[in-house]
Ligand binder design. Structure first.
Ligand SMILES: Cc1ncc(COP(=O)(O)O)c(C=O)c1O
Length: 420
């Protein structure tokens, strides 16, 4: 075989495209068509059925469907009814969708560092608590559960809410318990994750008052039949947006629910095969999964020991891509814009017009995200590369991925004498 890298003009390991990330078939089309034929495409019985089914899968009392994962995280924060300027502790290595809602709710994100699970380091979370902290958001990144016992313990001792962000972690398990059922309230995205309708989200909670406020908030605080304010005069009772899901989306999600366990099982198997295939490459360390946890691998992430390579993680991912295997560079994007505290919406505070609100609300000095550092995460995530998992991956696909990653690693490996 031509061992020259494809990026340097060699023959790529793989030229065939990979299979789809979801199995959308006639069954799904029929489920949606059925709703269209009824003409009742708004929020109706399919939404109710989906909320019940999804909540039941988690053993949780209440499911509140919404329009996106971003909306779900907003509802989760709104449900706890924080005051402007209240602080919510969160990882900076997550989608903006984890924190957009809290900012729209005039709260401020306080960033805590992560460990090699790519999720919150409980010790740093505790160090970041102030009298204004109201909640912790536990993001199960890539499908890997946070240390929920430790975070729940901190939340309990400091009287904080624990909000789970399960957008990337559908049906993942922390020590045998399904995520989304452990914190006070949890948010999900259906915009392209394991269970997907291209859009949509869900909020789960066992807490009656969080359910009441969250449900009302997601629907403009209107007194709907069957809802918490049923029977009251028609009015908007407090400020809330319209985040209602409709029956078209719910019908597609109900149909996809029948297949999602298969998707997840296939991704877990593929991830295990990748880990086994790459085990002898000392330069590569997979995201750590705690024994007893179930990572559902929306994304397969590894850290590169770039001290032993002559390339950085971006060059590595680029070379693997040229070998015909789709690989992402460091999450989230480049080192400069990587963690959320470096994203323009926080680093160049322009959240509301020309004000510094809410970063200065009730504070002598406005929070300046340019001064924030999370050193462990910076070290770890700028050396990270990842593969978006697909249920269609075959053994031959995995063999090609391993071959491409091996070829690139060997090519960029520093000679041993250079390590001294
Ligand atoms: C961890 C996390 N939270 C929230 C969101 C927001 O979800 P959505 O894109 O459905 O608004 C995402 C989306 O990628 C996510 O990955």
């Amino acid at each position: 075989m031509d061992e020259r890298l494809a990026i340097e003009g060699g023959t790529p390991v793989r030229t065939r495209p990979f299979g789809p990330g979801h199995d959308f078939g006639e069954d799904d089309a029929e489920a949606v068509a059925e709703v269209v034929r009824t003409g009742a495409v708004g929020k109706g019985k399919r939404v109710l059925e989906f909320e019940r089914a999804f909540a039941a899968r988690h053993g949780v009392r209440h499911g509140m469907s919404v329009t996106s994962g971003t909306a779900a995280m907003h509802v989760a924060v709104a449900a706890i009814n924080p005051d402007p300027g209240d602080e919510i502790i969160v990882t900076p290595w997550t989608s903006g969708g984890s924190i957009i809602g809290l900012l729209l709710h005039n709260c401020v994100p306080v960033f805590a560092d992560i460990d090699d699970t790519y999720t919150l380091d409980p010790a740093d979370v505790e160090a970041k608590i102030t009298p204004r902290t109201r909640a912790i958001i536990a993001v199960h990144l890539f499908g890997n559960p946070c240390d929920l016992d430790a975070l729940a313990d901190i939340a309990r001792r400091h009287n904080l809410f624990l909000i789970e962000d399960c957008a990337q972690a559908h049906f993942a398990e922390y020590q045998g318990r399904i995520v989304g059922s452990i914190g006070d309230i949890a948010g999900y995205s259906f915009g392209g994750k394991h269970l997907s309708a291209g859009i949509g989200g869900m909020v789960l909670t066992n807490n009656e008052s969080l359910w009441e406020r969250g449900l009302l908030f997601s629907d403009a605080a209107l007194p709907r039949a069957g809802g918490p304010y049923a029977g009251r005069p028609y009015a908007n009772y407090f400020l809330g947006p319209n985040y209602r899901m409709n029956d078209l989306i719910a019908a597609l999600l109900l149909s996809q629910m029948k297949k999602v366990d298969g998707y997840i099982e296939a991704k877990i198997q593929a991830a295990q095969a990748l880990t086994e295939g790459l085990a002898d490459l000392d330069e590569i360390t997979p995201q750590r999964v705690r024994p007893g946890d179930r990572n559902t691998y929306w994304v397969y992430g590894v850290t590169l020991d770039t001290d032993r390579l002559t390339c950085d993680a971006w060059q590595f991912a680029d070379a693997v891509n040229k070998e015909g295997v789709p690989m992402g560079g460091p999450y989230l994007g480049t080192g400069k814009e990587g963690p959320l505290y470096r994203n323009p919406f926080l680093a160049e505070p322009n959240l509301y017009g020309h004000s510094r609100f809410p970063l200065d609300y009730g504070r002598e000095h406005a929070i300046d995200y340019r001064l924030i550092e999370c050193p462990n995460g910076e070290q770890l995530m700028q050396r990270g590369v990842n593969i978006q998992m697909r249920p269609s991956f075959t053994e031959a696909d995995i063999a090609d991925m391993v071959a491409a990653i091996r070829k690139v690693t060997v090519h960029y490996r520093k000679p041993v004498f250079a390590l001294a």
